[in-house]
Ligand binder design. Structure first.
Ligand code: GRF
Length: 222
């Protein structure tokens, strides 16, 4: 919240929306001073839409299957996002790659949460890939979005251990718990104007962050 104006965010989802729920809860508890102006999904079946409706948040569905061209889809998405006049656009499990025109339109105001310790394991199936690589830890990263897939400057990162008995599902559960902590934290920093993107860097209180962003320690291991 800057002055009296609420910090407005639009959240893009494709699925369960547990991160969306974490943001709704963080706002309700006062931990996050922001207003969710709208939730947009590319899938009408996304469970996150129900979560939004339960909290009286306006929703829109823009189904990519109804567009024969990626640019047309991105344009419609951008127009819908802009109709909510957001200060920040938040990708929370939005499973579509956005084209460079969309990214350029919102650059510096567009963030994503990714379930790995970037730059390790960009893209999909991150937990299985962490296991296959023999990693002893993994985690989640909140980062600014640029046209390089999962490659924009990191804002915050937190890690969890990988145990011998783990499979991708057990790791996913553990990682989601820390996602639900670092996502509201990062957005609050943005709302307070403490974090910004300048050129290729994320700045915290005016100072460039390291490539992995700020490290946050959580006590989630089980
Ligand atoms: C999360 O693991 C997030 O990091 C990734 O997609 C998943 C979304 O989960 N980008 P949910 O829909 O928020 O539960």
């Amino acid at each position: 919240m800057k002055g009296d104006k609420p910090f407005k965010i639009v959240i893009l989802i494709s699925g369960s929306g547990s991160n969306l729920q974490a943001l709704i809860d963080a706002i309700a508890s006062g931990q996050l001073e922001a207003q969710i102006a709208g939730v947009i999904s590319n899938k009408s079946s996304a469970a996150g839409l129900v979560r939004a409706k339960c909290s009286d948040i306006p929703t829109s569905v823009i189904d990519h299957n109804h567009f024969d061209d990626r640019n047309k889809y991105d344009n419609r998405l951008a127009e819908t996002v802009e109709s909510y006049s957001p200060d920040l656009v938040v990708l929370a499990g939005f499973m579509r790659i956005l084209g460079p025109r969309f990214v350029d339109r919102f650059v510096g105001k567009l963030i994503n949460i990714h379930p790995s310790l970037l730059p390790k394991h960009p893209g999909l199936n991150t937990h299985q890939r962490a296991l296959d690589a023999g990693d002893v830890e993994t985690g989640a990263t909140v980062h600014f979005v640029t046209s390089k897939l999962d490659g924009g400057p990191a804002i915050v990162q937190a890690s969890v251990p990988i145990a011998m008995k783990d499979c991708a599902d057990t790791i996913a559960k553990r990682v989601l718990k820390i996602e639900h902590i670092i996502f509201p934290t990062a957005i609050q920093w943005l709302a307070e104007g403490r974090v910004e993107m300048r050129g290729k860097n994320a700045l915290f209180d005016g100072i460039a962050l390291p490539p992995y962003g700020k490290l946050v320690t959580t006590e989630t291991s089980g």
